[in-house]
Design a protein around this ligand. Structure first.
Ligand SMILES: [Zn+2]
Ligand SMILES: [Zn+2]
Length: 304
C-alpha cells in the first residue's frame, strides 16, 4: 500500500513546543503579554502566538525572554447553520486583518483568502464549541488546519474535542492539519482549572525563529498533544505503519468510517504498535492516550 505522509520524525531539526491560540488583556484575556510570556516560558514552551480578537498584537517591543512570539490574531465572522460565528485563527500575519470582527455578513472564505495572500495560514478554531456542522466546514477551502482539541472549550464547556468534525472532512477528501491549542483566556471560575499549558503542538524545525517555525508548521512538520509524546512514526515500503511513544494505555489508528484499529494495553503500558492497514481505508491518523486520558494526535497519513 502506498502512503503519503509529511513525516516530521524523518526530517532534520529540533523539536519546539508551542501554543498557537492565546488571548491577552488586549482582547478578552486576563493576563498581559508579559505575564503570558512568563507563564508559558516557565512551563517549558519554546514559542507562543498571542491571537487576540480583532487585533494582531505588535510584539516588536516585547522581550520574549527566550520564548519566541509568533504573530497572529483571531476573527469571529460569518454565520453557521446554527446561527453562530466561525472563529478563525490567523498565524503569520503582521498587521490587523482588514475586516470588521464579529460581522455575521462577512464570508469566512474572504478572511482565509486574505490570510493566504499575505503569507499567513488559517486554522478553524474549536468547531465543536462553535456548533459548526459538516456542511458549515465543507463550504471553506484553503485553510491550513482545524483545532482537534481546545483546552479552554474542554475545561469550561466540555466541548474541546473536535475529532469527529475533522474525520468527517478527511473522509470527504479534504486534507486539514490537526492542531491542539489552549485558547487561554485565564478567567478564574470556581471548579474550573486555568486554561493554560494544557495543549500544544510540537514542531520539528531547523531553528527557533518566526520564519523557521512558520515554515515548518506550513509544511506539516508537527504533531499535537495534551501530554503523551509520539517518538517515531515509520512507514515501510509495504505501507505498514509503526508508532513508538511514551507509555500509554491506547494506541489508535483512526481511519475511514468503520475502519481503523485500536490497541489496548494489557499487563504493560504500550510503547509501540504496528498497523498494516485495512482494505478500503483512504487515510490513517495516529492517536495515543495515556492513563490520565491525555492524548497526542499525529497529522493524517493518506493512502495514495
Ligand atoms: Zn474562538
Ligand atoms: Zn480564542
Amino acid at each position: 500500500m502506498k502512503r503519503r505522509f509529511v513525516n516530521p520524525f524523518k526530517v532534520k531539526g529540533e523539536w519546539f513546543k508551542g501554543n498557537v491560540h492565546t488571548h491577552s488583556i488586549s482582547s478578552d484575556g486576563t493576563k498581559t503579554p508579559e505575564e503570558l510570556i512568563e507563564m508559558y516560558h516557565g512551563a517549558g514552551y519554546d514559542f507562543l502566538s498571542i491571537t487576540d480578537h480583532s487585533i494582531v498584537l505588535d510584539t516588536s517591543g516585547l522581550d520574549g525572554n527566550g520564548l519566541l512570539l509568533v504573530p497572529g490574531g483571531e476573527m469571529c465572522i460569518g454565520r453557521s447553520e446554527a446561527g453562530q460565528f466561525y472563529h478563525l485563527v490567523a498565524l503569520g500575519v503582521e498587521k490587523n486583518l482588514p475586516f470588521k470582527d464579529f460581522d455575521y455578513n462577512l464570508d469566512p472564505q474572504e478572511v482565509i483568502d486574505h490570510t493566504n495572500a499575505v503569507g499567513g495560514i488559517t486554522i478553524i478554531a474549536h468547531p465543536y464549541w462553535s456548533g459548526l456542522n459538516h456542511g458549515d466546514l465543507m463550504k471553506l477551502r484553503g485553510y491550513h488546519g482545524v483545532e482537534i482539541y481546545n483546552t479552554s472549550c474542554a475545561y469550561e464547556r466540555n466541548t474541546g474535542l473536535s475529532a469527529s468534525h475533522i474525520d468527517g472532512l478527511i473522509a470527504a477528501g479534504l486534507e486539514p492539519y490537526i492542531y491542539a491549542v489552549d485558547d487561554h483566556h485565564g478567567a478564574e471560575r470556581p471548579q474550573v482549572p486555568i486554561d493554560a499549558c494544557g495543549a500544544w503542538i510540537s514542531v520539528k524545525a531547523e531553528a527557533l525563529s518566526v520564519k523557521h517555525i512558520l515554515d515548518a508548521i506550513k509544511k506539516g512538520y508537527f504533531y499535537s498533544s495534551t501530554g503523551p509524546e509520539i517518538k517515531d512514526i515509520n512507514i515501510d515500503e509495504d505501507g505498514v505503519i509503526s508508532v513508538e511513544c511514551s507509555p500509554v494505555k491506547y494506541i489508535s489508528f483512526v481511519s475511514t468510517p468503520s475502519l481503523g484499529m485500536k490497541f489496548h494495553a494489557e499487563d504493560e503500558p504500550l510503547i509501540k504498535a504496528v498497523y498494516p492497514g485495512r482494505p478500503g481505508e483512504t487515510y490513517v491518523r495516529v492517536e495515543i492516550t495515556d492513563y490520565e486520558g491525555k492524548t497526542a494526535w499525529s497529522n493524517p497519513i493518506y493512502n495514495s
